[in-house]
Design a protein around this ligand. Structure first.
Ligand SMILES: [Zn+2]
Length: 157
């Protein structure tokens, strides 16, 4: 559902997405982050098959931070899992869309990262607030008070 609404908003087709999504508990090789609800990892830079040899294709991995999401649900009993995950995944897909179209640099400065995070929260809100999903209003209120970044972004080593 997240992919569908983000694709609609940015006029993307499903073949343009290059990402995978996992929960951190299902991954052995990724260290959990403390605090954020998700991580976006630039997992591979592939050369595209097109005749434009310089064209590059980035593949992203969204890692949902199980422990942080469960903590948020436990400390805010009014939150429901589905609308919370929907918000988080829409948010991460917007980051990926913006990285892939070079609207944002993956290795940005701290200041750029903060203003990008605020921008992505605004876009996420615009996309999810009209969706007929029970509990989405509670999630929007939750994130309007959210202090830290919802995620961390990692480039490959
Ligand atoms: Zn973010």
């Amino acid at each position: 559902m997240a992919e569908e609404v983000v694709s609609d908003t940015f006029k993307l087709s499903s073949t343009q997405w290059r990402y995978d999504i996992r929960t951190i508990d299902s991954m052995n090789d990724v260290e959990p982050d403390h605090g954020p609800l998700a991580q976006v990892i630039l997992s591979a830079r592939q050369r595209s098959d097109s005749c434009l040899r310089s064209q590059r294709v980035d593949v992203y991995l969204i890692c949902l931070q199980d422990h942080a999401i469960l903590d948020a649900l436990e400390s805010h009993p009014q939150l429901d899992l589905f609308p919370l995950i929907l918000y988080v995944v829409v948010h991460e897909l917007i980051h990926i869309e913006r990285f892939s179209r070079f609207k944002q640099n993956f290795q940005a400065s701290l200041e750029e990262t903060h203003s990008e995070e605020a921008r992505v929260h605004r876009l996420t809100r615009q996309i999810v607030e009209s969706l007929p999903v029970p509990g989405i209003d509670v999630v929007l209120r939750f994130f309007s008070r959210w202090q830290g970044p919802i995620d961390t972004l990692h480039a490959p080593d």
